[in-house]
Design a protein around this ligand. Structure first.
Ligand code: NAD
Ligand code: UGA
Length: 438
């Protein structure tokens, strides 16, 4: 497994849990040192125990030497990052290309190279070309096995997935069968659970990943716009979402309004799909709109907080609950808090913030003036307004009275709809949320 980040570490550990011997190669010295010392460099519930068990069982090892790691293996998975390229929104495949060259140079026999990273359509064939150029003598196959795990629920998502997608190079008759056999063996425990395993072509598998993420991002953006509309016409988005979601063709998940989707994947993958569409001469306009609406939404949320404060937040204290792009992660990549707190800070507000897992990662990306608090209630100290940006469970059970005692003002902007408007009003707050009658 090349890359020991969210996907490489979780996938590698889960494959080890399935009974396979896994060597994870990680080049970031801090991440590698942590892993070697038995520390998990990312926040992912349950991962520490699973890593510990599999290291103890001798099935899971960590290192930085690709040649040593891939000696005699059945398959090499690439789980390196594919961030957005500055400017054009295309996925940056340079880490994938670099890893492929390293693998090709070090390979000592037949090698099945599998992309787990989310890669643009055509990358599989590009990888094959790079391998042929680097090692004309090497016997190899390429497969695409995109990953659908979510941060915060990663182990469950990997061990009990809705489906597994395996794209193989159908133009290589013998190779295709060999690659299929290896991947079937690897995923055998999931066959036993009757998980749908879809074999398809390389390009199709690559496009499935972007289509799935973009569809979900579009669904969130849809409900966000409906939430805005609800506010204008006096409707309730919770009832709208629940009721449309009861139609099995729509489905109830991913219909929670928010200050905008963030994270390491939806923003970059929606941008990448629009770039793929444009390049292919077949623009994906719904997703182009999704990208634009979501970016504008984060800005609009900051403006909404400022308007709620009376139009000017200069000198005001704003308490912020939640900073990460969603609960149960320490990941701050493209979190709505970055845009929103950037604007509030720029407008002269003093920000007091708390996040159960993301304080360290937040410090690196949020304005330097933010005060980080020791617990959730402390953000309310002297605050004119309290804003909820991430729906961590521990915030749901916060007592309104405790907040009120510490606050200077009485305004709460709940941008994740974690509290009941009536309860908050009865507790004496001026309370706004998304798409629900005030
Ligand atoms: P990440 O940045 O957390 O991890 C990538 C790791 O690869 C880093 O630790 C980096 O040091 C390491 N690396 C880079 N080049 C290397 C090399 N040549 N040799 C060894 N290690 C190397 O990224 P991530 O979140 O795990 O995402 C990886 C890929 O998986 C991306 O394409 C992403 O889109 C996709 N993905 C991510 C998620 C998620 O929830 N994070 C889910 C599904 C798919
Ligand atoms: C997402 C997908 O859910 C995974 O299937 C996929 O593998 C992954 O991207 C990836 O490719 O990396 P993740 O980014 O971990 O997983 O988190 P999600 O739970 O999907 O949330 C993404 C963003 O959407 C968050 O900011 C979240 O707050 C937001 N969201 C989610 C909403 O605003 N409303 C919802 O109803 C659901």
């Amino acid at each position: 497994m090349i890359g020991g980040g969210y996907v490489g570490l979780v996938s590698g550990t889960c494959f080890a849990e399935f009974g396979t011997d896994v060597a994870i190669v990680e080049t970031n010295p801090d991440r590698l040192a942590a892993l070697r010392e038995g520390r998990i460099p990312i926040y992912e519930p349950g991962l520490d125990r699973l890593v510990e068990d599999n290291v103890a069982a001798g099935r899971l090892t960590f290192g930085d030497d690709i040649a040593a790691a891939i000696k005699g293996v059945d398959a090499v998975f690439l789980a390196v990052g594919t961030p957005s390229r500055r400017g054009d929104g295309q996925a940056d495949t340079s880490y994938v290309h670099a890893a492929v060259k390293q693998v090709a140079r070090a390979a000592d026999g037949y090698t099945l190279i599998v992309t787990k990273s989310t890669v643009p359509v055509g990358t599989g064939r590009e990888i094959a070309r790079i391998v042929r150029e680097t090692r004309p003598d090497l016997d190899f196959d390429i497969a695409s096995n995109p990953e659908f795990l979510r941060e915060g629920n990663a182990i469950q998502d990997f061990m009990r997935p809705d489906r597994v997608i395996i794209g193989i190079d159908e133009s290589r008759p013998g190779g295709a069968t060999r690659a299929q056999d290896i991947l079937r063996r690897l995923y055998r425990p999931l066959y036993l659970l009757e998980t749908p395993i879809v074999f398809t072509g390389l390009e199709t598998a690559e496009l499935i990943k972007y289509s799935a993420n973009s569809f979900l991002a579009m669904k969130i953006t849809f409900i966000n716009e409906i939430a805005d509309l609800c506010e204008k016409v006096g409707a309730n988005v919770t009832d709208v979402a629940r009721s449309i979601g009861l139609d099995g063709r729509i489905g109830k998940k991913f219909l929670h309004p928010s200050p905008g989707f963030g994270g390491s994947c939806f923003p970059k993958d929606t941008r990448a799909l629009t770039a793929i569409g444009r390049k292919a001469g077949s623009p994906v306009r719904l997703i182009e709109t999704t990208v634009a609406v979501n970016e504008a939404r984060m800005q609009a949320m900051a403006e909404r907080i400022i308007a709620f404060a009376g139009g000017d937040v200069r000198g005001m204290t704003i308490g912020v609950l939640g900073l990460t792009f969603k609960p149960e992660t320490d990941d701050m990549r493209e979190a709505a808090s970055i845009t929103i707190l950037g604007q509030l800070d720029g407008a002269g507000a003093h920000i007091r913030a708390f996040d159960p897992a993301g304080m360290e990662t937040a410090r690196a990306v949020l304005p330097p003036g933010v005060t980080y608090c020791g617990d959730a209630v402390a953000v309310a100290e002297g605050a004119d307004i309290v804003v909820v940006l991430t729906e961590w469970n521990e915030f749901r059970s916060l007592s309104p009275d405790k907040l009120k005692k510490r606050m200077k003002g009485r305004r709460i902007a709940d941008l994740r709809n974690i509290w009941d408007p009536q309860v908050m009003r009865e507790a004496g707050f001026e309370y706004i949320s998304l798409g629900r009658p005030e």
